[in-house]
Write a new protein. Structure first.
Length: 116
């Protein structure tokens, strides 16, 4: 099982980034996918999630209206489009795949830094 994030980097406030997570080694469409983030000294926060088959989404209040999660089951990938970025969005962003209580996989994370 592998989850590989990409797309992080340094961006100015108000800018945009698109994160990608490429999955392999499991039946991607059967898993709910989520993006989490963790800033230094803070607890990990679930930013957005998307269900496997129906594609239903949900977001943390802190990113609603700015971030959009999507998935492409044909490409075994999940994405996070981040617009109107703020300095407080600075964190390591990780993708997560989960199915029930038994299967729970994590990527290594990608750094997002929002700074002038």
């Amino acid at each position: 099982v592998q989850l590989v994030e990409s797309g992080g980097g340094l961006v100015q406030p108000g800018g945009s980034l698109r994160l990608s997570c490429a999955a392999s080694g499991f039946t991607f469409s059967a898993y709910a996918m989520s993006w989490y983030r963790q800033a230094p000294g803070k607890e990990r926060e679930r930013v957005a999630g998307i269900s496997g088959y129906t594609g239903m989404t949900n977001y943390a209040d802190s990113v609603k209206g700015r971030f959009t999660i999507s998935r492409d089951n044909a490409k075994n990938s999940v994405y996070l489009q981040m617009n109107s970025l703020k300095p407080e969005d600075t964190a390591v962003y990780s993708c997560n795949a989960r199915r029930g209580r038994t299967y729970d996989y994590w990527g290594q994370g990608t750094q997002v830094t929002v700074s002038p």
